[in-house]
Design a protein around this ligand. Sequence first.
Ligand code: 0O2
Length: 234
Amino acid sequence: MSDLIQVDHDKPVRDKPHFADSELTEAQFIHLLGEDMVPIQQFFTYYQCAIMEIETKFKVLNAQFSLRGEKNPIEFIQSRIKSYGSIMRKVHKTGIPCRLDAIEDELDDIAGIRVVCSFREDIYRLADCFLQQDDITLIERKDYIEHPKPNGYRSLHLIVSVPIFLENEKRPVKAELQLRTLAMDFWASVEHKLRYKKDLPRKTLALLYRDLKDCAEESAAWDEKMQRIRNMLE
Ligand code: 0O2
């Protein structure tokens, strides 16, 4: 396997799920839900297991592509469990009941996996191979590469269900997958930072968003050119 793959979760299997930065503590989250700690920890551990299953599937695909003499299509994989604060914001925004079962039913992105490739065609190839696997159920596909968001955001989003195998149970767990190129990822991370710059004057923000939109178009043209170059080299 290529050492180019930087998998955030490559460390030994954790005994506790990993959370993206959260401004809400576990104790506060438990209090808000009126639950005990054990079901809450179990709840998040299921998502952590789903992340491990999906990461492994992509690592296997990456290794298999390299066996065929092709360069590994995946540059890196990043995963995260949605933070307590982010879950609560979504619960309030969408008006779903503040209960674990409702959160499990309604939120599709508690487990998030991002697969970053060099080339646009690899995104679709990997997505197709992944979705052909008989234990994966596609719930929703949003192609923001073919149909970018008005601000220029591009990525292929897949909401899937994957079974995790527990001691006495096979349990389906939902996850959100984002597949994108390095250029799309670079753009999204800069745009994401801008979302937290609410203190800038409105006029400056408007200019920055216009520049970002231009960058999105330019980087999409870059992706296309790089794909053409690679096709010529193959
Ligand atoms: P985070 O912190 O990354 O988890 P919903 O998921 O229901 O709230 P929607 O619009 O149906 O909303 O989902 P969509 O469009 O599939 O987007 C979900 C995730 O995609 C976002 O998660 C972002 O990670 C990413 N995303 C979508 N649009 C943009 C965008 O314009 N810019 C950037 N940088 N990322 C985007 P969260 O929950 O917003 O954040």
